[in-house]
Design a protein around this ligand. Structure first.
Ligand SMILES: *Cc1c(COP(=O)(O)O)cnc(C)c1O
Length: 423
């Protein structure tokens, strides 16, 4: 079976969503800060700066105003009427994060952290990127604020995402290729951390998901909470009630936790995170951490990780680069144990079907990451009644994936990615 929902470990009872992380960055047994000593000081400085900024109405007002004028918030809550009728079950709503500037939710976090960096007096920004979405959001924000910007990217990812590399460079970023290991995201994060240790005086590291050492998981979540806050307000306006189920894809987990956060205490709303089921659930062929993962520590954070019995990190695979990572954000591990968020996974094939289906039925091309959430939602909708409501976070648009989808679907005659950009 390609779609699987994991059973809740214990019944959800009551939650205080603001009680985690604690002051040490712990989400129950998860999270924390497992870093070399040289990183302790910059992480503490960042934690303090963020705690201060959070309390400062000026910071919040400036961020809100930039989210509106630069990123394009609020985003629409859109009723996918044609698709809902075709599937014949629940009403399907889409939270349109794909309409944001640079094409995905990532800009919410990039803007928040850039404003924080400015407040801390930093002049230089470091970031990592896998497929390029976080790199593009960061490069764009850096151009807007006049920061120097260095993006670390695996050499293999640079080859696969040549157009995104070009876009980052257009925005003035320097893109540094990483040749170590599998030459993908994990190695890029290592390099970015190394740079940060060396240049911590003038540099801030903008981590791209709800992952890594404290304060990143909680801070990145906070910058994405606006997704769920808007969604709640919009449901009150449009339907006069909350949805029955909310669904989001989970890479590191930032779009999902931002979407879910304001609903965690609304126990009647079922929350479902969808991981990448890849080619199969055999080792090395997927990125479903809750299927094949074990408790461990990766890049500063204790959480569920795909690893072998010796603790070596497994190869992962997904048709969507943004879900292709061996660890999941610690807050997701916490809510999985509590039974508050359910997790499922969708295969590459199901995601591609959903990608085609939303495009043909609604004229909306979703990102391949997002398509995993959609795949689950489309199957689930037909199990629910027409009075019920299901809402999917449309985390990003699919323009970036059109070429890859064409290749996988066997379309001929399109130029290859790498032939489009000349160094
Ligand atoms: C990066 C990305 C994701 C995965 O990251 P999360 O931190 O899990 O949200 C999902 N969708 C899109 C469109 C992305 O660009």
């Amino acid at each position: 079976m390609t779609l699987q929902s994991t059973a809740p470990v214990q019944e959800a009872t009551h939650f205080d969503r603001f009680s985690i992380p604690d002051k040490n960055g712990r989400f129950g047994p998860y999270g924390g800060s497992y870093v070399p000593e040289t990183l302790c000081h910059p992480l503490r400085e960042l934690t303090n700066a963020y705690e201060e900024a959070k309390q400062d109405p000026d910071f919040r007002n400036t961020l809100n105003s930039m989210l509106k004028s630069f990123a394009g918030r609020p985003t629409e809550l859109y009723y996918a009427e044609r698709l809902s009728k075709k599937l014949g079950g629940a009403k399907i709503y889409l939270k349109r994060e794909d309409l944001l500037h640079t094409g995905a939710h990532k800009i919410n976090n990039a803007l928040g952290q850039a404003l924080l960096a400015k407040r801390m007096g930093k002049q230089r920004i470091i970031a990592e990127t896998g497929a390029g979405q976080h790199g593009i959001a960061t490069a764009s924000v850096c151009a807007r604020f006049g920061f120097d910007c260095v993006i670390y990217m695996g050499a293999e990812d640079m080859r696969r995402q040549a157009l995104n590399v070009f876009k980052m460079k257009l925005s003035g970023a320097e893109v540094r290729g990483v040749e170590a290991g599998s030459k993908t995201l994990k190695e890029a994060i290592n390099e970015a951390m190394r740079d940060w240790v060396t240049n911590v005086r003038d540099s801030h590291y903008i981590l791209g998901s709800a992952l890594g050492a404290h304060p990143y998981p909680g801070m990145v979540r906070d910058f994405h909470r606006i997704i769920g806050e808007e969604t709640k307000r919009q449901f009150h306006e449009k339907e006069g009630k909350l949805p029955d189920e909310m669904i989001a894809c989970v890479g590191g987990g930032s779009n999902a936790i931002g979407f879910f956060f304001d609903f965690l205490e609304d126990l009647k709303v079922r929350l479902v995170g969808v991981e990448a089921g890849g080619k199969s659930l055999s080792e090395g062929e997927h990125a479903a951490r809750f299927e094949g993962g074990k408790l461990g520590i990766l890049q500063g954070c204790k959480t569920w990780i795909l690893q072998n019995p010796d603790g070596q990190i497994n190869q992962t695979h997904s048709v969507s680069a943004g879900l292709d990572y061996a660890a999941i954000g610690p807050e997701h591990a916490f809510y999985k144990d509590r039974g508050r968020i359910d997790y499922a996974n969708a295969s590459d094939d199901k995601a591609l079907e959903a990608f085609k289906m939303l495009s043909s039925e609604e004229g909306i091309l979703p990102a391949l990451e997002t398509s995993h959430g959609l795949a689950y939602a489309f199957e689930r909708a037909s199990e629910l009644s027409q009075e019920q409501i299901l809402c999917v976070n449309l985390s990003g648009r699919g323009d970036k994936d059109a070429m890859e989808a064409a290749r996988v679907m066997g379309v001929e005659g399109l130029p290859s990615m790498s032939s489009m950009v000349h160094e």
